[in-house]
Design a protein around this ligand. Structure first.
Ligand SMILES: *[C@@H]1O[C@H](CO)[C@@H](O)[C@H](O)[C@H]1NC(C)=O
Ligand SMILES: *[C@@H]1O[C@H](CO)[C@@H](O)[C@H](O)[C@H]1NC(C)=O
Ligand SMILES: *[C@@H]1O[C@H](CO)[C@@H](O)[C@H](O)[C@H]1NC(C)=O
Length: 840
């Protein structure tokens, strides 16, 4: 069309040079001709220059816009580059910062030397039972930290089939590189085991590009120690003790093997160890039969491995294998070369005494912080609560690397700037990496235990913010993390938000500051550096996630292919498949996001006030969004009498088998397998999304409702109604009466936020009941009564499931209370501790 119009114009409108020919003096004519020629040339030159400028400008804009997604926020980082170094933060240099392995330690540095433990049962019926990274497929009967102070020591139990390993570590400060540590591994067979199993423990150390390791071999091929050096650790020595039957007991018969090789990456360690296994070694205890067993074998791996890998990018990898029959105990000692005046070695009874002291201190701090003894919980319940807290602390990881991100201006994904992230993780097996919206919940618990630790984690997250104000919501930073994530989930898109739960913790920290002047002076500098980042973060939400009407908000990034989902997911809201408008559109508004913004604006106002920054604009936004009239107008569905999303919606949807025409006489199996596709029986229209569940509770969960709001009556009624949200195990995520209750979203997508009980939202619910139950209002007594009952139910069930299964779970069945989904899940499910302690 455009082309055609242009041709018409030049034909009719613009006079052609020939038509211009007119009777005139030749000289003049010539002059005129040259004038016209010049004009044309000038115009063309002008046009050329203009287009070139435009072209380069567009190119520049395009690349500038394309770079924006990977351009970090310009304000000074909250944490400077040395903040995690052994010079500035020696106590936290070494730690169990490898949550994805059953047992291992590293330092908080970009290319840390890592240490870890693998193990396998010998002479078992099942081969290849090498354990290393936390895998649900290993079907362990339970594992996790029972005690962990987040800094100096930890005690973990791992229940394998016939035996239990207790893995303990203790650190000792000294020197300039984060000091020493010792591990103690204790193995005991279960009373049910037919006979004492023979187990191989494989202790290893590996470098990640930087640093080197040397194995020291005694006679008979026994590796006695590993020495090494790296930029941040200086010189160090790792010594492997001999197994004994227990502390002070004599040595036990054991076989030793070792592997010394190179590895192309930390994510390859398991494979290398596995591939090196050789069955030629003989285990022949003095009073037992001779049997051949599996062991790592340098000889085997060296030959095939080194040929294909570029030696430049490899790291050293040394494994020390001890094969011994239970029961036994082994210690491994790490000594820092710069620690000169150590009084003795941290082994044997010295270690035992040190462990005892740390345990006593841990128990005292735990009771001082949470007061569960004072609340008369049983010792078994308290042990459970300690395990929940400890596994969250022991699940903290230090990651370093680059996210893969994309904006609409990028044809291909880009690498985000290299950054560190110190964070807790939702699940050591299934989600061993940082998740933005989980982290706010994690820090609600950790900020009670160690407020500066929480502040540091928040700082790490906000140091990841880009110039636009966006933080990638799932942090998949290194090869080890990437090896655990399906490729379609790796790229993070910058239009996608995630609930800004970090504001929940900031609120707590700010409350503490306001009442505690000592804390104020120490935290104020951090808060001041956080502030410009928080401002941009808030602004990013307030603009990019704005809704269609004034003061409304809408999650971006919903699933677009409406045909294949029963209800297109909203991963960005954190509540993945919770029912929203059936037909995603820009007409939508989301009540949970509205409430997050009401909360965030209020906390921004508080932070600004503390810092003496202009706070009016936040206060105004907070006042506007807290206005219950506005909330009702935007989100109250009179029809169902619940708070609700609004959008282009119909309830009349279902998944149907796709119809494939099979011509008569042709075999069915030659045609593609039919998929489930969505069928829409009634056309969608703009209306409230009548779903009753967690999303409808947000004005209550985040305390946006005034205590006298009549809507509270409806909410409390729905909460208490077993047909809707009430179960004996906690509040279910979606009403039993909802058409999408427990419905699959695709044939492969089981219901997730469509019925099961989630502890993070239940925590918010008991917190809200506690809130409305303790301030004056017509619903005070009712809220207080439900509070007691819900709190009791939640604690009872999470605890019961833990006793029965050995795990804290991602979610709980609303019909049986059974734990389900990934495990252990000591991310937000560990908030049970705060519910027990009534710390909100
Ligand atoms: C940055 O690091 C230095 C030590 O290297 C320290 O003295 C200083 O206080 C740190 N600054 C901030 C803002 O943390
Ligand atoms: C948030 O956005 C609204 C609507 O654009 C605006 O009126 C308000 O001032 C903004 N709030 C802040 C704190 O920037
Ligand atoms: C709702 O969705 C349907 C189906 O995509 C579309 O035809 C209709 O125009 C939408 N209605 C509105 C008001 O956007």
């Amino acid at each position: 069309m455009a082309k055609r119009r242009k041709r018409v114009l030049t034909g009719d409108g613009v006079p052609s040079p020939r038509e211009e020919k007119a009777p005139a003096p030749p000289r003049r004519e010539k002059k005129k001709k040259t004038d016209i020629g010049k004009v044309f040339i000038n115009i063309s030159i002008g046009l050329c220059i203009f287009s070139l400028i435009w072209f380069f400008y567009a190119l520049y804009m395009r690349s500038a816009l394309a770079r924006r997604v990977v351009t970090l926020h310009p304000s000074p980082r909250v944490l400077n580059a040395t903040s995690s170094s052994p010079a500035v933060s020696p106590d936290q240099f070494w730690g169990s910062y490898r949550p994805h392995v059953y047992f291992g330690m590293k330092t908080r540095s970009p290319r840390s030397v890592v240490t870890g433990l693998m193990w396998m049962r010998q002479f078992a019926d099942v081969d290849g039972n090498l354990r290393h990274t936390c895998e649900q497929g290993d079907r362990l009967q339970g594992y996790g930290w029972l005690m962990h102070d987040g800094v100096s020591f930890g005690v973990q139990e791992i229940h394998d089939r016939d035996f239990t390993l207790t893995t303990e570590f203790v650190k000792r400060m000294g020197g300039d590189h984060g000091g020493d540590w010792t591990w103690r591994i204790t193995a005991k067979q279960h009373s049910s085991a037919a006979m004492a199993p023979v187990i191989s423990l494989m202790f290893y150390a590996a470098t990640d590009v930087q640093g080197s390791l040397q194995a020291h071999v005694e006679e008979k091929n026994v590796l006695s120690s590993v020495t090494g050096t790296s930029e941040e650790l200086g010189n160090f020595k790792i010594t492997f003790g001999k197994p004994t039957a227990g502390e002070g007991a004599t040595g036990k018969y054991a076989k030793y093997n070792y592997l010394q090789t190179r590895s192309p990456g930390l994510d390859k360690l398991t494979d290398i160890a596995k591939n090196s296994l050789n069955h030629k070694f003989i285990f022949s205890p003095p009073k037992g039969e001779k049997r051949s067993y599996f062991a790592v074998d340098s000889h085997k791996v060296m030959t095939h491995h080194n040929q294909q890998q570029d030696p430049k990018i490899e790291g050293d990898f040394v494994v020390h294998q001890v094969t011994v029959q239970t029961p036994f105990q082994i210690e491994v000692l790490f000594e820092s070369g710069s620690f000169h005046d150590r009084p003795n070695q941290l082994v044997g009874s010295v270690l035992t005494d040190e462990l005892e002291r740390r345990k006593v201190a841990f128990n005292e701090k735990f009771e001082g912080t949470f007061g569960l003894q004072a609340k008369e919980f049983t010792s078994s319940q308290i042990k459970f609560a300690k395990a929940a807290l400890s596994n969250m602390l022991g699940g903290m990881g230090y990651f370093y690397g680059q996210s893969v991100v994309q904006s609409v201006y990028n044809e291909h994904p880009l690498l985000y700037p290299e950054s560190p992230l110190f964070t807790a993780v939702p699940s050591r097996s299934f989600f061993p990496r940082g998740f933005l919206w989980d982290e706010g919940f994690h820090q609600l618990l950790l900020s009670k235990w160690d407020p500066p630790l929480s502040l540091e984690v928040i700082a790490h997250w906000l140091d990841l913010i880009n110039v636009e104000g966006w933080i990638p919501r799932e942090q998949i930073l290194d090869d080890e993390a990437r090896s655990k994530v399906p490729s379609e989930f790796i790229v993070q898109h910058n239009e996608n938000a995630n609930p800004p739960t970090l504001f929940l913790v900031l609120q707590k920290l700010v409350d503490q500051l306001e009442t505690d002047p000592d804390r104020l002076s120490s935290h104020l500098p951090v808060l001041r550096r956080l502030y410009p980042r928080l401002q941009t973060w808030f602004e990013w939400f307030n603009t990019t996630q704005a809704g269609p009407m004034a003061n409304s908000y809408r999650w971006r990034g919903r699933d677009k292919d409406t045909n294949l989902f029963l209800n297109p997911k909203t991963l960005t809201s954190g509540l993945d498949d919770y029912p929203r408008a059936s037909h995603p559109s820009s007409d939508e508004r989301h009540v949970d996001l509205y409430c997050w913004m009401a909360l965030a604006s209020g906390i921004m106002a508080n932070v600004a006030r503390i810092l003496g920054e202009p706070h009016k604009v936040y206060e105004n936004t907070h006042l506007t969004l807290s206005n219950n009239e506005l909330l009702n107008e935007l989100h109250w569905s009179d029809n169902l009498r619940v708070f609700s999303d609004y959008g282009n919606h119909t309830q009349a949807v279902s998944l149907q088998q796709e119809k494939v025409y099979v011509p008569p006489g042709q075999p069915r199996h030659q045609f593609p397998v039919t998929r489930l596709v969505r069928s829409v029986r009634r056309a969608p229209k703009l209306q409230y999304v009548n779903a009753l569940g967690y999303v409808s509770l947000f004005p209550f969960l985040l305390h946006i409702l005034t205590p006298d709001s009549p809507k509270l009556e409806h909410i409390l009624r729905d909460i208490q109604d077993p047909e809707h949200l009430w179960t004996p195990y906690g509040l279910r995520s979606l009403s039993r009466t909802d058409p999408l209750y427990m419905k699959r979203n695709t044939e492969h997508d089981a219901p997730y936020w469509r019925g099961p009980i989630w502890i993070n939202i239940n925590y918010l619910a008991v917190r809200a009941l506690h809130h409305y139950g303790s301030i004056e209002g017509p619903y005070k007594e009712k809220a207080a009564a439900i509070y007691q009952e819900l709190r009791t139910n939640l604690i009872k069930n999470v605890y019961k499931q833990y006793l029965e299964t050995g795990y804290i779970w991602e979610q709980y069945s609303d019909s049986t209370g059974r734990g389900q989904g990934s495990h252990p899940f000591t991310g937000w499910s560990a908030l049970t501790v705060l519910i027990m302690a009534e710390k909100y």
